[in-house]
Design a protein around this ligand. Structure first.
Ligand SMILES: [Zn+2]
Length: 343
């Protein structure tokens, strides 16, 4: 059953809950979700070619990290870098491609200029914010509108940093994989493009609001039939002046549905059929919380991918390991100028 969180939970005891399987067929993705890239678990050194892939830096608002790829950890070598960040720091897609995820982890199989390359991140948040309870649930780990197999664009919100699976502290373990296996992500991260806010594919899609309205884009999380209040998990907001803001934290809003809007959704029965990752564009008066929905549209964003982030360098550059040693004075695991390894 749908899990509800925070302050809204008690207010929604008598609600109609949504079940994700019901609407899945109508909103299915175009292919099977990709399988994750796999790193070797062995004491031998990992590939050390100098590789620079034009990435978007995977975390918003974070710059310090440790170049700990290939670090000797006894029975295995560390297959990525660790980027320390506060819990719930937004994680964005480093490249455009097809998304796979499972509990704690995500991966992207690159498309277009990133064909042949993959990234993987792990230790996503599994806690209720403010606790270490391991019971946070899906909306505190991943962006609410995603499902495995979705196409994501570089810069799009994927989920949130945590310390799941006994991580020593909250951080993103980040891996880069290329043709032939895991690669050192350090050079690519040093030159990665940074975004100050996630790119909003959903927010760019569909009709803009008219002056005096704001459009709340969200996925359904519950409906209180008695009060005719729909609870949505916010994906983005769009204003009449053109501004679009992707959500950067889990947030629920409650919006009342006039009879005619509920009718458009097929009534309570229609609402219950909606997939939990189906985005609704809800046009409300310029006050978000508790407002009545003026009108509504269901997003077709999955079939209309927005343009990806423009990135200066357009092709991955690969140099042999020898050249790496020339560039980084004899070190096979260069220290990062941003600071010493932290974990
Ligand atoms: Zn790690």
């Amino acid at each position: 059953m749908t899990r509800l969180h925070g302050a809204h939970a008690s207010a929604l005891v008598a609600l109609v809950t949504f079940w994700s399987a019901a609407g899945a067929a109508a909103n299915s993705t175009d292919a099977r979700p990709p399988l994750p890239p796999v790193s070797p678990i062995a004491p031998r050194p990992l590939p050390l070619e100098w590789v620079q892939v034009p990435l978007v830096f995977p975390l918003v608002g974070v710059s310090r990290w440790s170049a700990c790829y290939n670090q000797n950890r006894g029975y295995y070598r560390h297959s990525g870098v660790d980027i320390p960040a506060p819990k719930m720091t937004p994680i964005v897609a480093s490249m455009t491609g097809r998304l796979g995820f499972k509990i704690y982890s995500y991966w992207i199989v690159g498309e277009g200029q990133w064909t042949g390359w993959q990234v993987l991140g792990t230790h996503l948040n599994d806690d209720t914010p403010g606790t270490n309870d391991g019971r946070g649930g899906r909306d505190f780990m991943f962006a609410p509108n995603l499902r495995p197999g979705d196409r994501v664009v570089a810069g799009q919100l994927i989920g949130y940093v945590g310390n799941s699976t006994n991580a020593t502290g909250p951080h993103l373990h980040f891996e880069l994989h290329g043709p032939g296996g895991v690669r050192n992500p350090t050079p690519s991260l040093r030159t990665a493009q940074r975004v100050s806010r996630p790119v909003s594919v959903v927010g760019q899609a569909g009709e803009p609001p008219v002056p005096g309205e704001v459009r709340v884009d969200g996925v359904p999380r519950g409906y209180h039939a008695g009060q005719r209040v729909l609870t949505v998990q916010v994906v983005s907001r769009r204003w009449a002046d053109g501004r679009v803001m992707a959500a950067t934290r889990p947030e629920q809003v409650r919006l009342s549905l006039p009879a005619e809007v509920l009718e458009e959704l097929g009534g309570v029965a229609g609402l219950a059929e909606l997939a939990r990752d189906r985005v609704l564009h809800l046009y409300v008066p310029h006050r978000n919380t508790g407002a009545a929905v003026v009108r509504l549209a269901a997003s077709e964003y999955r079939t209309k991918p927005a343009a990806p982030v423009q990135i200066a360098s357009t092709a991955p550059v690969v140099r042999p390991a020898d050249e790496l040693r020339t560039l980084v004075a004899g070190s096979s695991a260069p220290a990062d100028p941003a600071g010493p390894p932290r974990m």
